[in-house]
Design a protein around this ligand. Sequence first.
Ligand SMILES: Cc1ncc(C[n+]2csc(CCOP(=O)(O)OP(=O)(O)O)c2C)c(N)n1
Length: 291
Amino acid sequence: MNSPDIFKNDVPVQWCPGCPNFGILSALKKTLADLGCNPQDVCLVSGIGQAAKLPHYLQCHFFNGLHGRALPVAAGIQAANPQLITVVTTGEGDCYGEGGNHLLHAFRRNPNITVLVHNNEFYALTKAQGSPTTPMGEIRSLHPEGVEAAPLNMLAVAVAHRCPYVARGFALDPEALSALLTEAVRRPGLALVEVIQPCITWGRHPVAWYRERVRPVPEAHDPKDQAAALSLLLQEENRYMTGCFFQDDTRPVFGARFRQRHGDLPLAGSGFPPAERTLDLLAGFAAHHGA
Ligand SMILES: Cc1ncc(C[n+]2csc(CCOP(=O)(O)OP(=O)(O)O)c2C)c(N)n1
């Protein structure tokens, strides 16, 4: 176990004072420290948005790329060096909107990545236009008559595709969120952890409104039961339910078949395979495909 302080840096934080994103930041630091990670063991990947700024505020490797494109980058990082703890930090706009297609294909591939989605139910960086989780009819900056489309239920989609770990946390309960994140990082394969993140600047409800609605997954729920997880997630009144909904330990992780064939070396760093090996791989590929 390390101190969360080893992940501290001196970059000035751009979030509003008192933003619940601070709770998510401290939960993630605690998780990484509890797991005994050092800054060089971790790579955070993000796109664009308030949520996507999180990696700026942590001392570790990070890649901040195009809007919605964190997942394919993270899958590449993880394939090249499976020893890195790879965490995508993203907003529901970035991940379910711009990056929605990548998330669907991540469910298929199952890379060993934790996806931490700050869900404030709108696009905060662009001053509160509707996002894929805004409730239908809610008035937003670009939807003066109310949002026309129905919200996405991405946790249910994740469970339908047997995503190995599917959970929801609350930004204002960083202890419990950190416990979920610790499980998410520890388990092999894709983990989707959505976080209810009330926005204190553009939100329609005060923090107390969320506190009244957040409640835990029933104690009797068995997260190995896919049908039970789906049934919980499909009930509208469970929209702010927190805890682990689903776990599946049976799916192969993306890259495992490649590593079986070619060994366990990182493709980057000190163990980088000699160039001839890459050429051998390409020659084998060309021969196989008749080029
Ligand atoms: C391709 C593209 N579309 C739209 C934008 C504008 N844009 C930048 S950030 C953002 C919203 C991000 O929202 P979300 O991921 O929910 O994060 P939040 O800021 O709410 O934390 C949008 C729409 C953009 N930069 N690029």
